[in-house]
Design a protein around this ligand. Sequence first.
Ligand code: ATP
Length: 363
Amino acid sequence: GRSLGVFTSGGDAQGMNAALRAAVRMGIYLGCKVYLIYEGYQGMVDGGNNIQLATWATVSGIIGAGGTLIGSARCMDFKERPGRLRAAKNLISFGINNLVCIGGDGSLTGANLFKQEWSSLLDELTETKQITEEERENYSFLNIVGLVGSIDNDFCGTDMTIGADSALHRIIEAVDAIVTTAFSHQRCFVMEVMGRHCGYLALAAGLASDADWIMIPENPPEKGWEDKLCKRLALQRELGHRLNIVLIAEGAIDKEGKPISADYIKDIIKKRLKIDTRVTILGHVQRGGAASAFDRVLGTRMGAEAVLALMNATPDSEPVVISLNGNQTCRIPLMESVEKTKAVAKAMEDKDFLRAAELRGTS
Ligand code: ATP
């Protein structure tokens, strides 16, 4: 049977464990040897105990747990060829030449580069007698399949990334909690949520929680927005509301591209409306805790599909990412979607919002 390795890399997200579990079990079901590679690329570079054979039971009881059972890391070594050479040698020593990479666009870029380099890495390992001619023959090509784990939902080509739905649930719970205390004291709360360049979490949370005002990076407000905000909140109070909720994405900016902070909004509201206003920054709470049912199912479907895609791969097939399109899991070209995702981030940095929207619209 074939051998495959599964690893998680970059920031963790709820649902990664579900994906890991499904990949392991689909692999075993299809007669493969499945190895868990601990601590992302670092474990691949270091080898040894970081690479361990998985059994059906190894991944029992983890489907709902947040984070990742096998750890994740940022790894400088893998960014350099000598690190990737060591990683290739370690993989071959376990007979692995199929990889499921669960991570963000950086991790997938690394995996793609590794695949492109594979042949030359093997040449070097053979020349320096670190692997045998026979091993060179047996593992002559590397298959990779990517899964996107990210609470930000910022990857082009998939409707949802693994973890975004759970983060949304966590945010809604926090807003609901804040609402009860805000009501008691007739306060306004400015709540900052994660998402980097992507306003998905703030927007969806705002819709789901009846927030009074939402600020997202994709829709920078016109000059004078502070007046509009205050008018809106004052109107709510006139209508008899005892509290206000303003949801702001961490990447929120104005038309000039200047970041808008939760503290700035708080100060404006306090000064102009004389409403007792507080800031709550949710932070890593959003990335922790149990995975939602949706993320457990999504991770499971994607993990299983990743292994099927690996088994279908041929030496000259392009690497794919498993994505959700409507309610279907499908395979999309890895580098094309990574490049589009990076182009969106760049357009957002350049404040070219139209271009970012165009790129996203054609995902
Ligand atoms: P997140 O979206 O959470 O940031 P990510 O996968 O984009 O996830 P990165 O820190 O960019 O996170 O990448 C994770 C790891 O992938 C890096 O620490 C590095 O080991 C590897 N990696 C990233 N980019 C490259 C690259 N261009 N070449 C080789 N390896 C890379």
